[in-house]
Design a binder for this molecule. Structure first.
Ligand code: BGC
Length: 781
């Protein structure tokens, strides 16, 4: 756990002013750079010391058998795990025959800065070797958002005070040794030596290694080229072996002289391309990067991010920490998805190997809603990935005796990767979550080509799943029995309200889409009878409600269960899943993460204000937030129910999840959904953003901690700016044709000529519900 304040608070950067080796692994996640295709953890340039070395290529994984003590029909036979691919970021340094290793000698100064506008990680340090030679090292690193396969480092050494002989070894390293796992079952299984060498090459300043994974049969190529600038008599030599390719640069530096190496690295992988084709691919990518060189990469990165921030920035006046955190969050959400291009967006992005590098519903329900309004192209790509895995999902449904497609609970390449049925495949809601992401994206972009090519089929196949998974009882009521909702402390339950409401939306969206696209519907074999059956099921979906308590049931019968014994649960017994048997969690009223509360956000039209307030008050004292996905959902609904202070506290928890390592597992990678949830808490919580097919609806309310909250949104080719003050909100259309939106239910027309300004209605007063003991929001240190 980070027990000190690691980072200074600044609006556009995350700065670490000294090096604390105890939290090295956490900072490697925080300082990870990625574009959604290539991910480099923030490991120190020289490779060691490290917490967890990490270089990832989205989609590169190994498969391994899943052992079961008691096997059952339909259990997945093999699992998938992200692997640490060839590391192109290593630059080792020798100073007067001593390795530059910060564990030895004297570290005079060390600073790292993640610059959110330039998209680079900068490092400056001054170090005196045990023998007394002092050097300054400066490095700047980027993973290019503009050139998807490219990453680069500029590394500079300066002699201080006396003459130094320095050697820089710029390397490509495959099969790095990984530290052992820490025993948390949720952390990745470290796969040692996953790559078999196929080819190595070194000539002049160029290096290349090609490897292949043993079982999944994926070919991985990484190549590097260098520009070296140093004093006269600087020499270079390159060599390669099976797992290492190296350029060695040697120089003697007078005090004040510098040796500089610019290293460009290109990555490629494929399950089909031949060895020569892979080698050519990475060489070509390298040539493209070298064309404008390091300065060109820096300029492109800045331009890409300027464009992103113009669309996506959120301004928070009144809390500098939250201001920094939301930009940090948006930056990492962008990094996770920007160039994923028909690959999954994993729960940790490409910042660590936690959760084995798997993607979950986190993508569709947390990450894509943010990208829908800030980088919509990335959403289309992420959903195209789901679409590409439809065959696998159809096979899975057939295997389970169901219709349509059953998407996996967790996966890298499309196959179900969960070995635990109750909190795995039974969480069928992931299918409705995917459908919801399709609907949101199409609604926000009017991308009809996407809807036709990708959307309709995703909606139809998931609707078919619901129709076959549910059944009409003898009164005609439609039930979906034996499923797990978002709350993983209830499992295989009947009529989970979230699932049923989301399935209802899914069924209706499929029927509507089939009507809008009759040719596609016909191609998919949808006839009138089938879409009528979807509408019937949707109209008859059972939503369990406890009349006596006046609240919705999380699932049928939930409110009848015994309450968890919160009073006798010690703070150190959280998360409960690591300290109590699932068996007991499942049969008690205890909620791991927002479930019914999430339904009130995602299916907002179904609940009236009184129900929102009562349900929130009922579930809040049961919700322990053992998942990082919870705080942001609770923030949104707390704001709606008028508990603005509580909403702010949850916003802070979501926002500081990784910057303050609140769940003590940031070392395994960032919580991308919680980071996305920061935006959600601010924009859907205090901004009140909802959409229900009739356009954008806002219901802004500012917590007293903030003086102003402003954000931009992309919507149907328009750019809208919403600025919320203490007593009024201003809607300004920055670009695009006039737009009608809703402010607290009132329709408003905004155009680029005329902003609309509206006062905010008073916030209803309600007593703020309590959390379970020891589970009040953790707004950070
Ligand atoms: C949560 C899931 C989530 C997964 C990955 C689990 O702890 O309960 O909802 O999808 O983590 O973030």
């Amino acid at each position: 756990m980070i027990s000190h304040r690691s980072y200074t608070v600044e609006p556009w950067a995350v700065r670490e002013t000294d090096l604390n080796l105890d939290v090295l692994a956490q900072s490697e996640s925080v300082f990870a750079l990625s574009n959604g295709h290539v991910g480099w953890r923030g490991n120190l340039d020289e490779g060691e010391p490290h917490g967890l070395p990490g270089s990832y290529l989205n989609g590169v994984h190994e498969v391994h058998p899943l052992p079961y003590a008691e096997a059952g029909y339909g259990y997945p036979e093999s699992g998938q795990t992200v692997i640490n691919v060839t590391n192109g970021k290593v630059l080792r340094l020798l100073v007067d025959d001593e390795p530059f290793d910060l564990r030895y000698g004297r570290l005079v100064a060390h600073e790292r800065v993640l610059d959110l506008r330039r998209g680079v990680l900068e490092r400056t340090c001054e170090w005196t070797s045990p023998a007394g030679s002092t050097v300054r090292v400066r490095s700047t690193r980027l993973v290019s958002l503009a050139q998807r396969s490219v990453a680069a480092v500029a590394y500079e050494v300066e002699a201080v005070g006396s003459r130094s002989r320095v050697v820089i070894q710029s390397e490509l390293v495959a099969n790095e040794q990984l530290p052992g796992s820490n025993g948390d079952p949720r952390a990745a299984m470290a796969l040692q030596s996953p790559l078999e060498p196929e080819d190595d090459f070194a000539s002049g300043s160029r290096l290349r290694l090609v490897h292949r994974t043993r079982r999944s049969g994926l070919r991985v190529g990484v190549a590097a080229d260098h520009v070296v600038t140093g004093p006269e008599r600087t020499t270079t030599r390159s060599e390669s072996g099976t797992d290492v390719a190296r350029l060695t640069v040697t120089s003697v530096l007078e005090p004040g002289q510098t040796l500089r190496v610019e290293k460009l690295v290109a990555h490629g992988w494929s399950g089909t391309r031949s060895l020569p084709a892979m080698a050519d691919q990475v060489d070509a990518a390298l040539a493209a990067a070298a064309h404008d060189g390091w300065p060109g990469l820096l300029d492109e990165q800045r331009a890409y991010l300027d464009d992103f921030w113009a669309r996506a920035d959120v301004e928070v006046d009144g809390d500098e920490e939250i201001q920094q955190a939301v930009r940090f969050a948006l930056f990492h959400v962008l990094q996770a998805g920007a160039r994923a291009e028909q690959r999954a967006i994993p729960a940790k992005g490409l910042t660590g190997s936690g959760y084995d590098g798997h993607a979950f519903w986190d993508t569709e329900m947390f990450v894509l809603p943010v990208l829908t309004h800030t980088a919509p192209q990335a959403v289309a790509e992420a959903l195209r990935w789901r679409h590409n895995t439809l065959d696998e999902a159809r096979e899975r449904a057939a295997q389970l005796g169901l219709g349509g497609a059953a998407f996996p609970w967790r996966t890298i390449q499309g196959a179900e990767g969960s070995a635990y049925w109750p909190a795995g495949t039974a969480a069928f809601h992931v299918n409705a979550d995917i459908a919801d992401a399709v609907v949101r994206y199409v609604e926000a972009t009017a991308d009809t080509a996407f809807e036709r090519e990708v959307g309709v089929e995703l909606l139809v196949e998931t609707a078919r799943l619901w129709r076959s998974l549910g059944h009409h009882d003898h009164h005609g009521v439609f039930h979906i029995d034996g499923v797990t909702g978002p709350d993983e402390y209830s499992a295989v339950a009947d009529d989970n309200t979230y699932t049923n409401l989301m399935a209802r939306q899914n069924l209706l969206a499929a029927a509507d889409a089939a009507e809008r696209h009759p040719r596609e519907a016909e191609r998919l074999g949808v006839d009138e009878e089938e879409s009528a059956a979807w509408r019937d099921a949707a109209a008859a979906v059972h939503i369990p409600f406890n009349q006596e308590l006046g609240v919705h049931e999380q699932h049928a019968g939930f409110t009848r269960y015994q309450r968890w014994d919160f009073a006798n649960t010690r703070p150190d017994q959280y998360p409960l899943l690591l300290n109590f048997p699932y068996f007991d969690l499942y049969r008690k009223q205890v909620v791991k993460q927002a479930d019914l509360v999430l339904a009130m956000y995602t299916c907002a039209g179904f609940f009236d204000e009184q129900q929102v307030a009562r349900n929130f008050a009922y579930y809040e004292p049961l919700t322990v937030r053992d998942s990082s996905l919870s705080a942001c959902c609770q923030a949104v609904v707390a704001a709606q129910a008028g508990h603005l202070r509580l909403a702010f506290a949850y916003t802070a928890e979501a926002a500081l999840m990784d910057l303050q390592d609140l769940e003590h597992n940031t070392r395994d990678g960032l919580h991308i959904a919680s980071l996305a949830g920061t935006w959600m808490a601010l924009v859907a919580g205090f901004g009140g953003l909802r959409h229900d097919g009739t356009g954008l609806r806002f219901a802004p309310r500012l917590p007293e901690r903030l003086r102003r909250l402003a954000f931009n949104l992309e919507h149907r080719g328009r750019r809208l700016r919403v600025e919320i003050g203490a007593d009024k909100t201003t809607y300004t259309l920055l670009a695009g044709p006039p737009l009608t939106l809703h402010h607290h239910g009132e329709p408003l027309r905004v155009s680029t000529e005329e902003p609309a300004v509206r006062a905010m209605p008073p916030v209803p007063f309600r007593p703020t519900p309590e959390q379970p003991p020891h589970r009040a929001p953790n707004g950070g240190a």
